[in-house]
Design a protein around this ligand. Structure first.
Ligand code: HEM
Length: 444
């Protein structure tokens, strides 16, 4: 038999119309096209609501998609360990991944079809008939690509960017080896969970013999309206304050930043292959939902520093009111407590340190837990929380110092435990005819 039906996902249903239908997918926005400030702050556009499924996000561009791309409803994050021994095999894998990601973002099968049905298919087929669903695939490089245990595995050690540090152990970290690190990262996001999983599944197959899955994490975001900010599992609006929504400088505490400073993208300061790239910090954070649900709402608001229903900062009226970190009540106490999450996380309290957050809730059922704060419950509890994802120009000036403080002082720590994660250097986007991260290998 010829003309495998999985050549185009739509082709599975529409037979000979495959090629035409693949082209029907409307192109949403390029990965680097900024959305209007407030919408982007919330990670929302009209396309974020289910109907965005017909749209595709171009894979190629100056910057990788999936960073500024308005938040899709689902994610499938994967970290891989490299098992190859030769640099050329790693580069060849990235070329194959680029090709497959570009095809899947268009709504096509990951690889051209294998006409011989006596052989395994080149695509597993579960996304056949599904629309592109704004699939974005974002690739990153972990420290292990450059060196492991002092070993220069691929002749790339001298190319390791200074900003790609080994993340320090933070106060309270309970990172599990099986959910931490990785040599390569792939974050697939889509408005359909099956499209996101399909993408990683195909990439894992293509990696056979070169890289193997180390850990994965699914995530979801609420089915929110375009003019609303999604709520996390703690019931609070999450994503209100992001670099793109920056209020005038004086309203974030008067911290003046150099005009050229960009919170997200690597510029002239980084190696050429990282230009227009970004550093990804991902953390799997379990939230003690049972404990949180038994907490008075007033106290929950003190913990976060914002009102639960409106999302307004304490002392403010509406969600996008600026944080007033200097405001005090009649007794002279800060309106936003010294240990409130938003105060400790804010750029104003961190010498302007900033990051683009793009996280998802996760829900992995139940697990045996010993809580580390009163009431020190032990037993089966939800294994659910936040897959925290943030992008920044340099983690040494953003996530690391901010979380260093937060991990010691944040009231939220009573409810959350970091159980895994990693730091990855996400290079600039793949240009026409090239592959993602190509500059790293050319310069090696
Ligand atoms: C389970 C863990 C977490 C939860 C539930 C959580 C929740 C929230 C909520 C509800 C807000 C206020 C709304 C908004 O501006 O988006 C917020 C703000 C913020 N969070 Fe988190 N967060 C968590 C972990 C983290 C971590 C690990 C970091 C990184 C250091 C972080 C950094 C920030 C930043 C930078 C802001 C904006 C602060 C501002 O300028 O107003 N969060 N978070």
């Amino acid at each position: 038999m010829t003309g495998c039906p999985f050549a185009s996902r739509r082709g599975f249903l529409a037979g000979g119309l495959a090629a035409g239908l693949a082209g029907v997918a409307r192109v949403a926005s390029a990965g680097d096209a900024p959305a209007p400030a407030e919408a982007a702050a919330k990670g929302i556009t009209a396309a974020s609501q289910g109907p965005g499924r017909e749209q595709s996000v171009p894979f190629r561009g100056v910057r990788q998609a999936g960073i500024l791309t308005p938040l899709q409803s689902h994610t499938y994050f994967a970290a891989f360990d490299l098992v190859a021994t030769r640099q050329a095999d790693v580069a060849a894998l990235l070329a194959r991944w680029t090709d497959a990601a570009e095809r899947m973002a268009r709504g096509e099968a990951a690889r051209p079809p294998e006409p011989d049905l006596a052989k395994p298919g080149t695509d597993s087929g579960e996304a056949a008939g599904l629309a592109p669903s704004r699939l974005s695939v974002t690739f990153g490089f972990g420290p292990g690509l450059f060196e492991r245990d002092g070993h220069d595995r691929y002749g790339l050690a001298h190319r390791r960017p200074e900003a790609l540090v080994d993340l320090p152990l933070f106060n309270g970290d309970q990172l599990q080896e099986s959910r931490t690190g990785g040599d390569l990262s792939v974050q697939a996001c889509a408005d359909d969970p099956q499209v996101a999983f399909h993408a990683v599944r195909q990439l894992a197959r293509i990696a056979d013999g070169v890289a193997s899955l180390r850990w994965v994490q699914t995530g979801f975001s609420a089915n929110f309206a375009a003019d609303d900010t999604p709520r996390n599992l703690m019931g609070f609006r999450d994503g209100t304050q992001n670099p793109l929504s920056r209020r005038p400088l004086e309203s974030v505490g008067g911290v003046v930043q150099p005009a050229t400073k960009d919170a997200v993208w690597v510029g002239e300061d980084g190696p050429a292959w990282m230009r227009d790239g970004s550093y990804l910090v991902v953390r799997r954070i379990r939230v003690a939902l049972e404990h949180w649900d038994g907490t008075e709402v007033e106290f929950q608001e003190q913990v976060i520093g914002r009102h639960k229903v409106s999302g307004a900062p304490l002392g403010g009226k509406s969600e996008f009111d600026p944080l007033d970190l200097d405001a005090v009540d009649a007794d002279g106490n800060p309106v936003i407590p010294e240990t409130a999450h938003v105060r400790l996380a804010s750029a104003a309290a961190n010498n302007g340190a900033d990051m683009l957050r793009r996280g998802y809730s996760y829900n992995d059922g139940l697990s045996m837990v010993a809580e580390r704060w009163p009431p020190w419950r032990q037993g089966l509890e939800y294994d659910a929380g936040l897959l925290f994802v943030c992008y920044q120009r340099d983690p040494r000036e953003a996530f690391i110092p901010v979380f260093e403080q937060m991990s010691k002082l944040d009231m939220l720590n009573q409810y959350v435990t970091h159980t895994g994660g990693g730091l990855f250097a996400c290079p600039g986007g793949a240009r026409e005819g090239g592959f993602v991260g190509q500059g790293l290998f050319e310069a090696a």
